[in-house]
Design a binder for this molecule. Sequence first.
Ligand code: PLP
Length: 397
Amino acid sequence: MPASSPDQQIMVPGHSRAWVEVDEGAITHNTRLLRQRIGPNVKLMAVVKANGYGHGDGAAAQAARAGGAHAFAVASLAEAIGLRHQGLQEPVLVLGHLSQVDEVHACLRWRLLPTISTLDQARVFHAVVSDSGACLPVHVNLDTGMARLGAPWQEGVALIQAIQRLDGLRVEGVYSHLAAADAVDPGLTQRQQQRFDHVLAALANGQPARLCRHLANSAATMANSSLHYDMVRVGLALYGHAPAEHLEGVLPLQPAMTVRARVTILKTVPAGTGISYDHRYHTTRSSRLAVVAIGYADGVPRLLSSRMGVLHRGHWLPQVGAITMDQLVIDATDHPQLHTGAVVTLLGNDGTAAISPRQWSQACSTIPWDILCGFSSRLPRLRAAHSVQHDGQLTVS
Ligand SMILES: Cc1ncc(COP(=O)(O)O)c(C=O)c1O
C-alpha cells in the first residue's frame, strides 16, 4: 500500500504529537529513475547532507544505495562520520571546507574524500598525510560562476597540477557547482560548463591521468545529459521533487516525505473572535477551531500563517492566525467529522489530495530545499512501511 494512502497504517508512538514519515522505497525508486536517466557509464553521488534533506541521512543513503547510488556527498565531517557509524562503506565526499590538522586525520581514519579549493589547504593535507605515509584521494572544486567555495576556474589547472606534485595526495576528482541549473534560461549554466570544459581540456593536454569529473545537480541531471560527465551529484530529485516547475514531469519522481500532526483540542468560538498572537485573523462566523500540535519550532514556517492549510481524508482545511512555536489553529467549521486525536497532513499525500514543498515555498518566498531541510529534530522520523489510521487509532501494520 503506498505511504500516502488515507487508510495507510503507520506505527506512531502514542505520545507523538507530530512526525515525519519517510518513504524509503520512494528514494530507492527515484534513484533508479535517475540512474536510468544517466545511463550505465555515469555514476550517481547521492547528496545526503543536512540529515538527508530532512529525511534522515542514514536511511536516505541506504535507500539511495539500494537504487544504485555509488557514493554520497555531505557538507561536514560530522555528517560524513555519521554515515560511517551507520554502516555506509561507499565513498563519501565532504563538500564543505576542511583545513584543520585533526580534520585531515579524520579523513584518513574514516576514508573520506575532502574537497580542496586552495593551495594552502592542500599543503595542510600534504603535511599531515605525507607524515603518515598514506595516500589520500581528494576532489578539487572549481568556482566556475557560483562564487562560493572552489578555486577560481582560471587557476584550476595550476592548482590541480600543484596538488599532484604533493606527496600523499591524489587528485581523484574535479568538480564545480552550478548556480542556476534550474533556471529556464540556460545561459549561466552554459557559461559555467564552458569554463569547466576549458579547465578539463587543458588538463587533458598536460596529462592523461583520468579524473572523475562532476558538475550536475538534480536540475542539470534532469535537463541536459551533456552536463553529466563521469558522475552526477543529486539531492532534491532523490527525495522526489523536481528542482523547478518546468522540470516537473520529466521523471515520475515519488515524494518521500509526509508530515503529519495530531488535533489536540476542538472548540467553537463566536464570529469576530481573534485567533492566536496579535489577533491577525478574526472569525467571520461561528467557527469550530482545531488546535494542531505542530509549529514553527518543528519546521512549519511562521511566514505561512493564514497562507496554508492541512488535509484530512483528502479535504483541505485552512490554517488561521499566527503559527506559533508549537501549535497552529485550523478552521474545521466545514468538517464536523474532525475530532480530537485525528491526524492531519501538513505536507505530502493524503488520499487523492497532496500538499507539496513547492506550494509552501511559493507561499513564503523560499525554495523547496529550505522547506524539506527545515523540519527539526523534534519531529520523529518514521518509516512509512508502518502506520497509523487517520482517525488517530494506533495500529501496527
Ligand atoms: C555542491 C553541491 N552539489 C550538489 C548539490 C545537490 O543539489 P540538488 O539538491 O539541487 O540536486 C548541492 C546542494 O546544495 C551542492 O551544494
